[in-house]
Design a protein around this ligand. Structure first.
Ligand code: IMP
Ligand code: MG
Length: 180
């Protein structure tokens, strides 16, 4: 697998520091509150697991799965719920944990959905961000690491469902981006 990665863009140390920093920010902001942390599957699972252990706040954990890229490296813009949360978010402080914000469509949809369900507050945290690619105005409340407009894999991010377990973030060798 590692030989498929052409170039590492974000290394382990930088990721660890980002998780540590954001964990502190969230701990400070929700000190005496209760939080429902919702990880967006599948890509968010590794960041979620790292981040929640840096958050010293009473929280419930849930997951939601929505469709995104499929086997293509371009966003379709279509958002479909594949797995919904079990927890009732009505009156709750919700934090959405995502791997990367690209066009912003996915998180805009989920944020609006949670607000529609009566959440008291909805905030967004994303490990990575490609601000140059937005189709809708959306800013993370807790900002991870900005990455260039390149298709990246690792730390939860996939290509065709592979490479999520690569511990850092990198770009694949061009021939690997061909759909099999
Ligand atoms: P958005 O709705 O366009 O913001 O898309 C967000 C989703 O697209 C993320 O949850 C990722 O699954 C996927 N995505 C965006 N950019 C990349 C990338 O560079 N590599 C892998 N997945 C990506
Ligand atoms: Mg995804």
């Amino acid at each position: 697998m590692n030989t498929d990665i052409e170039r590492v863009i974000v290394g382990k140390d930088e990721i660890d520091k980002m998780v540590e920093r954001i964990g502190k920010e969230i701990t400070r902001d929700y000190k005496d509150k209760e939080l429902v942390i919702i990880g967006i599957l599948k890509g968010g699972f590794i960041f979620m697991a790292d981040l929640v252990r840096k958050i010293d706040v009473n929280c419930k954990i849930d997951f939601m799965s929505v469709s995104s890229y499929g086997a293509s490296t371009k966003s379709t813009g279509a958002v479909k719920i594949i797995k919904d949360v079990d927890i009732d978010v009505n009156g709750k402080n919700v934090l959405l944990v995502e791997d990367i914000i690209d066009t912003g469509l996915t998180l805009t949809y989920i944020r609006d959905l949670m607000e529609g369900r009566g959440a008291q507050s909805v905030k967004i945290v994303s490990a990575f961000d490609k601000p140059s690619r937005r189709k809708v105005e959306l800013k993370a409340d807790y900002e991870g690491i900005q990455v260039p407009d390149e298709f990246i894999v690792g730390y939860g991010l996939d290509f065709n469902n592979f490479y999520r377990n690569f511990p850092e973030v990198g770009v694949l060798r061009p021939e690997k981006y061909i759909k099999k």
